[in-house]
Write a new protein. Structure first.
Length: 149
């Protein structure tokens, strides 16, 4: 399932105020931003998973994207998971597998943010490459095409 939103809650299958997720659940949930160029961030207010097995969070719009992490127990509680700067979709994909040996609860607050523009270092040399310089000679570099973050 995929949703496009910049506000709301990411809840376990039990829903708000319920008993949490059940045994033997299996789902994939992708959250994408409403606006192109934005990115998703989820603040896990509650995350108490069974330690019997974890599931990954992927940095992109599918399970083919790079994995951000796998979480069990309460290691995700109080953490913020955000799409990285290299993620052009701005989406996060959550893959959930609960086994038959334990249940738990999770709830996260969904927000969007505008990722920082990565700095670009672009310099050209005043001499042809490779530059052969002797002691005491100078060479000029022009970095005006560089940009700050």
């Amino acid at each position: 399932m995929q949703v496009n939103t910049c506000v709301g809650a990411f809840l376990d299958s039990g829903g708000q105020g319920a008993s949490g997720y059940s045994n033997n659940e299996d789902f994939t949930y992708t959250i994408c931003p409403d606006n192109p160029g934005d990115a998703i961030s989820v603040n896990f207010i509650t995350a108490q998973f069974s330690v019997a097995g974890g599931a990954p969070i992927d940095n992109g719009n599918s399970t083919a994207a790079a994995v951000i992490g796998n979480y069990t127990g309460n290691s995700l509680q109080g953490q913020i998971v955000s799409a990285t700067n290299g993620n052009t979709s701005g989406c996060l994909t959550f893959v959930w597998h609960s086994n038959g040996a334990g249940t738990g609860v999770f709830a996260g607050s969904i927000t969007c943010y505008v990722p920082c523009t990565r700095p670009v270092a672009a310099a050209v040399m005043g001499e042809a490459a490779p530059a052969h310089i002797c002691v005491g000679e100078s060479i000029t570099f022009n970095g005006s095409a560089s940009t700050a973050a």
